[in-house]
Structures are given as structure tokens and as C-alpha cells.
Design a binder for this molecule. Structure first.
Ligand SMILES: Cc1ncc(COP(=O)(O)O)c(C=O)c1O
Length: 454
């Protein structure tokens, strides 16, 4: 987090209290603007220094937060279950340096494509420590994963048949996991992934695996959604998966080695439909508690319980990520609101469509806060990073810091009309180093060709 050791902050001039007209859709009832403290540093490193070195806009990650969140989840699970495993969800953020931080802490990899699989192998993750998910695993990647002893999560019958065919060709009997699709109260069903439990499709898949004799059922998996800021759905999901595992044990004598409950835990971000920032983000301990309590349905003594695996992404990386931006212009909109143009747009921050990110100035600000729209620099009407928030006057060159942006942005960002910025890691000892260089004309045009006849 930031430090407010800036000596100017100590001498901030007196600001009289202000009364603002209530604006619908805004949180001025709680006077957030008045309480807005500048964040001049990230983990002790000055924002000004980071921008001077690497330019603006700039993504910054806190190694301290990454490690703290990882250890918090790992410890919360280990306290409650005899064998636990965290597999880092590559799609959430697959920058090498971010993956390295989690692998150094002991995380396995959870990948959903041939590209991510190759990236994990390139980073030195043993193939047998890779969970391979997703609705499409190209034949070559599926073969490599089955041959290498990775944990392949079967998603549908066509994939099951393909896995059997490959196993026969390789003369192997590889272990596979079955992804289950569950109906959970209060959570929109992600029914398109996995084998439906309630309709009996999942049981049909197990029967088919047993009858085929080519594959070995090593585990069950579910992933019920993302940013689920309630722990009860996890208790229910864990109980359903556990009851199914018990059914397989009692009826088919199959003892699965791993139960993977996926990810989906909330970060301290704020969905647009939430009123208060960071509201209702349960602690990682409460998720762990709900899951392990649900798993009691297994009805197994401690030493016989399967490994509990999780693939949390967002909850481990979102809070560690910042986007530093610079004000390039101010303007007055016809409805009276102030518009501020920043040097970073929605192409860099696609999560701005769904989340009301925390935004704070990176230098002390003075003057009356007023309703402000934060625009990006794209020549597109949809380029809005925050639709309306109370902000004090901002000058050209001032910096704004967006927080809780570590998940899904540096994997889903788009190169559009300009270069994607650098990404930096701030270490736990005040060091900082590049995770990804800023793009330039050469990197963007490198894959382009001009057909010979032009
Ligand atoms: C199969 C699977 N596992 C794990 C994750 C990580 O989810 P989250 O970032 O919400 O924790 C996802 C993301 O959608 C996923 O599809």
C-alpha cells in the first residue's frame, strides 16, 4: 500500500467542509472524496520515480501483496484440510514474473489452452504439476498433457473419447479429472462447462470411463463462477462434489485422489452494482471454512481424504495490481460534469466495464471535489474508466492511481491505436524491475507481412 510520508501531506492546508448536491448513482452520501488520501508510494517506492523510469501509463504489481494473499489462502486451507494444493490460474495473469512469484511459493499451474500449457512448461513447471482445463484442448496439446502426466480435466464427451483414443495409441492408462457443472443457489450456472451433475450426465461420463478401461478417474473438479462474494455457494458446491465422490466410492469402488473446487473468490474490488467499495469481500479463511465444511459430506477419516485443490486467480492477484495514469486534459461536459482525459483507456483496463475501480490521486490535491468522469485517450465514445466520481481539481500532468486491477487486465488488454505500457514489479525490499517492456513500433509490427503482389 502507499505511504503518506510525503512531507507536503503533513502541511496540508485547512479545507473547509463542503456540502454537495446529491447525485444519483454516486457515493457522495459517504463523503469518499473528503476522505480521499493521496497514495504517493507503492510499497515504499514513489509513484513519481516509477513513472520517471518506466513511463505513463504503467501497470505496477506489489510482490508483497501477491505473497501475502497466496500465503493467507494456503494457510487457511492447510489449517482445515490434511492435503492441499493451489494451482495458479494462468489466464488471470500469465506474465512470467507473476507466475514465478506463485510457483516459488509452491503453486502448481492451472492452464486452459495450449499456449498457457506451453508457457507453464517453459517456466519450468513439471508437466505432472499442471492442471489442464478448458473446453478446447487441441489434439496435440491433449496428447502432450496425457503423455506427460498432467491433470487433464475432461469437459465434454468428445474430449473424453479423444482422450481414450490418445491413451490407446500411447498404450497408457492416464489419470483424468472430470469437470462437473453444478446448479448452485444464487449463482448463475456456468452450465456450458463440464458434465452436468444433476441430470446424471456426470455419472454417465464416469460409467463410460469405467467401461472404456482406457482412462483412470483421478479426481473431480468444479468452478462455479467468478467474483462470488459469498461463501455459501462454496459450501453447497463442495457438498455436492463430496456427495458425488462418495457415491462413486460406495457404488463403483473409485477413490478419487483430488477434489478441485476451482476459483472465483472475490478480491477487494467493487462491482458496479455494489454500493460501497470493497463491500462484502469475505476473508480467504471464510471461503476455506465453507469449502472444508461442505467436504465433510465425503465422510472419510483424515488420512483417507483426497487432496483439496483450488485454482483461485482474481483473489490472489487483483489487489496486488495498480495502473498509474496521467491527466492529459480537463474539459466541461454539457451536463455540467467535469471530464478528465487520462493517458490510459479501456483497451488497457477492460475490467472497467464491470468494476468501479478504486481511484486515488498520487499527489496531494486541494480544492472542492466535483462530479468527474474519467475518460481514456481512445477516439471512441465508450472509452470511460469511471462514469462519475467525486474528485478534487486535477491539473494536466497529475497522476491518478487505479487499484485492484491485477486480475484479467494484462491478459485481456488490447493493443489499439497506441502501445501497451510497461508492467513493473515492486519487490518486498524496495527494489523494482520490469515484468514486461512497453511495446514499440517494432514489437507491434513484427508479425505483420505485406503480400508479395502489393
Ligand atoms: C476453470 C477455471 N479455474 C479457475 C479460474 C479462476 O477464477 P477466478 O479468477 O475468478 O478465481 C477460472 C476463471 O474463470 C476458470 O475458468
Amino acid at each position: 500500500m502507499s505511504s503518506t510520508s510525503d512531507p507536503r501531506a503533513a502541511r496540508a492546508p485547512y479545507e473547509p467542509p463542503t456540502i454537495l448536491r446529491h447525485e444519483p448513482q454516486m457515493m457522495n452520501k459517504f463523503s469518499r472524496a473528503a476522505a480521499m488520501r493521496p497514495e504517493t508510494h507503492i510499497d515504499g517506492v514513489a509513484v513519481d520515480e516509477l513513472i520517471a523510469r518506466h513511463g505513463s501509463p504503467l501497470f505496477v504489481f506489489s510482490e508483497r501483496t501477491l505473497v501475502e494473499r497466496y500465503r493467507e489462502l494456503r494457510d487457511a486451507l492447510a489449517l482445515r484440510w490434511p492435503r492441499v494444493r493451489l494451482a495458479w490460474s494462468y489466464k488471470t495473469n500469465y506474465l512470467d514474473g507473476i507466475c514465478r512469484v506463485f510457483h516459488r511459493e509452491g503453486a502448481w499451474a492451472e492452464v486452459v489452452s495450449d499456449f498457457e500449457y506451453a508457457k507453464a512448461v517453459r517456466l519450468g513447471v513439471p508437466r505432472e504439476h499442471i492442471h489442464f482445463n478448458g473446453p478446447w484442448k487441441p489434439e496435440a496439446a491433449l496428447e502432450e498433457a496425457l503423455r506427460g502426466g498432467s491433470l487433464v480435466h475432461l469437459d465434454h464427451f468428445d474430449e473424453l473419447v479423444a482422450a481414450e483414443r490418445i491413451a490407446e495409441r500411447l498404450e497408457l492408462r492416464p489419470q483424468v479429472l472430470l469437470r462437473l457443472s453444478l446448479a448452485i443457489d444464487g449463482v448463475p450456472a456456468w452450465a456450458r462447462f463440464g458434465f452436468d451433475l444433476e441430470s446424471g450426465q456426470a455419472r454417465d461420463a464416469v460409467d463410460r470411463i469405467v467401461a472404456g478401461g482406457r482412462l483412470r478417474l483421478g479426481g473431480l473438479h468444479c468452478h462455479i463462477g467468478t467474483f462470488i462474494n459469498d461463501v455459501e455457494p462454496y459450501r453447497q458446491a463442495a457438498a455436492k462434489v463430496a456427495r458425488f465422490a462418495r457415491e462413486l466410492r460406495e457404488q463403483l469402488d473409485i477413490s478419487v485422489e483430488v477434489l478441485d473446487l476451482g476459483g472465483g473468490f472475490a478480491s477487494h474490488n467493487t462491482l458496479k452494482e455494489q454500493y460501497l467499495p470493497g463491500q462484502f469481500t469475505p476473508s480467504l479463511g471464510r471461503y476455506a471454512e465453507a469449502i472444508t465444511e461442505g467436504l465433510a459430506e465425503l465422510d472419510l477419516p483424515l488420512q483417507e481424504r483426497p487432496t483439496l485443490a483450488l485454482e483461485a486467480g482474481r483473489a490472489l492477484v487483483d489487489d496486488a495490481g495498480y495502473l498509474l495514469t496521467t491527466v492529459v486534459a480537463n474539459k466541461r461536459l454539457p451536463d455540467g460534469r467535469r471530464g478528465v482525459i487520462l493517458d490510459a483507456g479501456v483497451n488497457l483496463l477492460p475490467t472497467a466495464w464491470w468494476y468501479r475501480h478504486d481511484v486515488v490521486p498520487a499527489q496531494p490535491q486541494h480544492g472542492l471535489p466535483e462530479p468527474t468522469v474519467l475518460f481514456g485517450p481512445l477516439c471512441m465514445n465508450i472509452d470511460v474508466l469511471r462514469d462519475t466520481m467525486l474528485l478534487p481539481p486535477l491539473r494536466t500532468g497529475d497522476r491518478l492511481l487505479f487499484h485492484h486491477v491485477g486480475a484479467y487486465n494484462v491478459t485481456q488488454w488490447m493493443q489499439f491505436i497506441t502501445y501497451r505500457p510497461a508492467v513493473v514489479l515492486v519487490g518486498r525490499d524496495g527494489r523494482h524491475g520490469l515484468l514486461r517492456r512497453r511495446e514499440d513500433l517494432a514489437t507491434v509490427t513484427a508479425p505483420e507481412e505485406i503480400p508479395g503482389w502489393l
